[in-house]
Design a protein around this ligand. Structure first.
Ligand SMILES: O=P(O)(O)OC[C@H]1O[C@@H](O)[C@H](O)[C@@H](O)[C@@H]1O
Length: 261
């Protein structure tokens, strides 16, 4: 007896039926634009400079080099100072919180906010120097959703989200942008808490059960899953498909082009 072949998917279908959903919420860095890479490099530059500047001091904690694995485990997708705090905690390094105006300059006593600000200067220098273009597959999906008339939002932990959207020429594509700065203003806890996604869905007049979340970071996928969203697409830009699925992604793609009919 021969096993019947699996029937091919009809042409033009994708794993998500976009017309069946009331709203689509995009993370930005690593989902729409390749800026997760810029954040990663800026974090690495800052943390490794900090660790080598202070490693010789006889203080508690693990002062070995900061790696890409540290980024994915402790920093990716979280609001700026949460990333600093969570990485330092993973190394058993305690620093004072500091002030929002701390520069993080090497000759100053380090603080959580100072280190975050130093990383932000590195990020903005690269953005100003190199500019940014969206991933072609993400542009294709945004164009498709625009044609369908689906309400769209960006939900990003980054306070730089509006500047990145502007630099990529995408500022007019979204009905609302819930950035790290907006979350702080509204007192919403950052990813992995679901609040920023739920807030964006509410602004778009959609119930989470009828909306889609697209995320590349484990913290963001966890946020989408905790919010009860209908579909949580994990975009694997390095976190790993299994890890994203384990965090609650309902499907994982390598590029958003896979989701365009
Ligand atoms: O420091 P910002 O620009 O406010 O961004 C905070 C975080 O924003 C997220 O979108 C990135 O994945 C993180 O890498 C980044 O640290």
């Amino acid at each position: 007896m021969t096993t019947p072949a699996t029937p091919p998917e009809p042409a033009g279908t994708t794993p998500v039926d976009w017309s069946a959903h009331a709203a689509v919420l995009f993370d930005l860095d690593g989902v729409i634009t390749p800026t997760a890479e810029v954040h990663m490099r800026a974090w690495s530059e800052m943390f490794n400079a900090f660790l080598s500047e202070h490693r010789s001091e006889d203080t508690a904690g693990d002062w070995s080099a900061y790696t890409e694995a540290d980024y994915f485990a402790h920093v990716d997708g979280k609001p700026r100072y949460d990333g600093v705090r969570d990485f330092l905690a993973s190394r058993g390094i305690a620093l004072p919180e500091g002030e929002a105006t701390d520069s993080g300059a090497p000759d100053r006593a380090p603080t959580v906010k100072g280190l975050g600000n130093r990383k932000n200067d590195a990020f903005n220098a690269v953005l100003a120097r190199d500019g940014v273009s969206a991933f072609p597959g993400s542009m294709a999906l945004l164009d498709h959703l625009r044609d369908l008339g689906t309400p769209l939002a960006v939900v990003s932990s980054s306070a730089n989200a509006p500047a990145v959207l502007e630099a990529a020429g995408l500022a007019d594509r979204f009905e609302t942008v819930v950035s790290g700065a907006v979350a702080e203003e509204l007192g919403l806890p950052g990813k992995p808490a679901p609040d920023t996604f739920v807030h964006a869905a509410t602004v778009l007049g959609a119930d989470p059960g009828s909306a889609v979340v697209l995320e590349d970071a484990v913290s963001g996928v966890r946020a989408g899953a905790a919010g009860g969203f209908a579909v949580v697409v994990g975009v694997d830009r390095g976190a790993g498909a299994e890890v994203l699925t384990g965090a609650g992604a309902t499907l994982v793609v390598a590029d958003l082009a896979e989701l365009v009919p």
